[in-house]
Design a protein around this ligand. Structure first.
Ligand SMILES: Cc1cc2nc3c(=O)[nH]c(=O)nc-3n(C[C@H](O)[C@H](O)[C@H](O)COP(=O)(O)OP(=O)(O)OC[C@H]3O[C@@H](n4cnc5c(N)ncnc54)[C@H](O)[C@@H]3O)c2cc1C
Length: 448
């Protein structure tokens, strides 16, 4: 079934390049030709759609299939819509964000994404269309940053990259009227300007944009391991390679047992200045690991758009059920944590039409996986699946850097395939030579 998108308005943005390889224009930066390779993307969250954008601007033809799409009613929304979505340099505040070995890689992706968001935010029309703003983000800590090697290294990187508005120190408690005794006692804080994304707006924009650049959308569900049906999918969709961007469902799609959900949730309260002074900046109390290896629930206060403030969050490992409500104990406790941090929120009114959003961060034991499938297909061939999942609590923070990495891997997989084909052509040609030679000799002449 082709997805109908009448509720999305037409692309009207002018041609705007936001980096050397991404353009916000409705046309692809490098238009495809009849011979351009065709990529099938499975999954239409921020990972799948930003990857579609990268591939389309690089000149590929793209089809996106997904079992669900961004929606704007009262039903469950995609994880990508539930996100804060606050840009943070990994390791971020909401639980296990980056296994050490991958930290430099994901920090690069985050910084690449930061640069793109900042460029978008600087252009008024585009910023509104994408729903991104640069706002002050303050991170509070339950330990001294200097006593924590990871946090110290992160501070250093922030200094090196010249984060705008950067400040650090306990004076930030008073600056924002936060309760320094909350969460058992805040010890440290830093802040800087960071992109905050209105995910509902951004998802609509991404769908509109990639569609306008030429992507086809189809509603389809892939059941089980994609590898087992790789040839079938390539043939049905006429594709040359597949990108797996199925988020928390990648456990089945990539036969990867190490994928697990980290349930999160946010209360949506009215931020119009009537119940408390309107908040424009975001705040997080960093979630620390407990002795059992699990992570503490955190306080996460993020202005969504002109009149909604998100109060979060939860970090519930292995929780597949999205069955919480504003009345649930854990949600009440979450609200109490936010109020404890910022007492003025005690008067906050929950927004009645959509009071609570919950979703599953796609976690993975060894964190994000953007890799070419190494297992062979049923026919013993090299696979042409590029996996892109396990972005945890950082899918928006990593989106553009991660999409570029997929693009590199897709190019690699296709050139490997091309080389293989050439080798086969050469082998066929030499076989022909041999056969003709034999026949020629039989017929009394040698064909050279
Ligand atoms: C409460 C909360 C707060 C968060 N805050 C932040 C934040 O501040 N900053 C940040 O960067 N990130 C944040 N995140 C994390 C972020 O939401 C995720 O990292 C991101 O959404 C992952 O995107 P994705 O596209 O990989 O997965 P998803 O958004 O889950 O998309 C997966 C897509 O694949 C499709 N799909 C799945 N399986 C199949 C199948 N078998 N066949 C066909 N289609 C399939 C789905 O329908 C969907 O379209 C937060 C998450 C939560 C829950």
């Amino acid at each position: 079934m082709t997805v109908s998108e009448n509720h999305f308005s037409e692309m009207t943005l002018d041609d705007e390049r936001i980096s050397h390889d991404f353009s916000a224009s409705g046309d692809p930066l490098n238009p495809p030709t009849d011979t351009s390779a065709h990529i099938l993307i499975i999954g239409a969250g921020v990972t799948g759609l930003t990857t579609a954008w990268a591939l389309l601007d690089a000149g590929f033809r793209v089809t996106v299939i997904s079992k669900e799409w961004a929606s704007h009613g009262s039903g469950l929304r995609l994880t990508s819509q539930i996100a804060g979505a606050l840009w943070e340099l990994p390791p971020a505040g909401c639980g296990p964000q980056a296994v050490q070995g991958k930290l430099p890689m994901v920090q690069d992706w985050a910084l690449e994404s930061f640069a793109v968001y900042r460029t978008i935010a600087a252009r008024a029309t585009l910023a509104e269309a994408y729903g991104v703003k640069m706002k002050m983000f303050t991170s509070f800590h339950l330990n001294k940053i200097d006593s924590d090697a990871l946090k110290t290294a992160k501070m250093q990187l922030m200094n090196d990259t010249g984060m705008e508005g950067f400040a650090r120190g306990t004076h930030l408690f008073a600056k924002y009227g936060v309760n320094a005794a909350s969460h058992g006692g805040l010890q440290d804080a830093y802040e800087h300007l960071a992109p905050i994304i209105d995910t509902d707006v951004a998802m609509s924009f991404l769908m509109r944009l990639v569609r306008s650049k030429g992507a086809r959308f189809e509603t389809d569900t892939v059941h089980g391991d994609i590898l087992a049906q790789e040839d079938h999918l390539l043939s049905v969709y006429g594709a040359d390679a597949i990108v797996n961007a199925t988020g928390v469902w990648a456990g089945a799609a990539a036969a990867d047992d190490s994928v697990y959900p980290m349930r999160g949730g946010v209360l949506r309260v009215v931020n119009d200045g009537t119940d408390f002074p309107k908040l424009e900046n975001s705040m997080v109390v960093s979630s620390e690991s407990k002795s059992d290896g699990y992570f503490r629930d955190m306080a996460f206060i993020v202005p969504r758009n002109d009149n909604i403030l998100l109060l979060g969050s939860l970090v519930h490992r292995d929780a597949w059920a999205l069955d919480l409500s504003p009345a649930s104990d854990v949600v009440q406790e979450m609200r109490a944590r936010c109020e404890d941090l910022l007492p003025m929120l005690k008067n906050a009114r929950v927004e009645s039409s959509y009071p609570f959003a919950q979703g599953m961060r796609p976690m993975r034991e060894s964190y994000v996986r953007v890799e070419l499938e190494e297992r062979k297909t049923c026919r013993g061939q090299q696979s042409r699946i590029v996996h892109s999942y396990g972005h945890g609590g950082a899918g928006w923070s990593l989106a553009f850097g991660s999409a570029r990495q997929v693009l590199r891997l897709v190019n690699g997989a296709l050139s490997r395939e091309e080389k293989k084909k050439k080798k086969m052509v050469c082998r066929d040609a030499s076989m022909d030579k041999l056969i003709n030679g034999v026949n020629g000799q039989r017929n009394g002449h040698l064909v050279t």
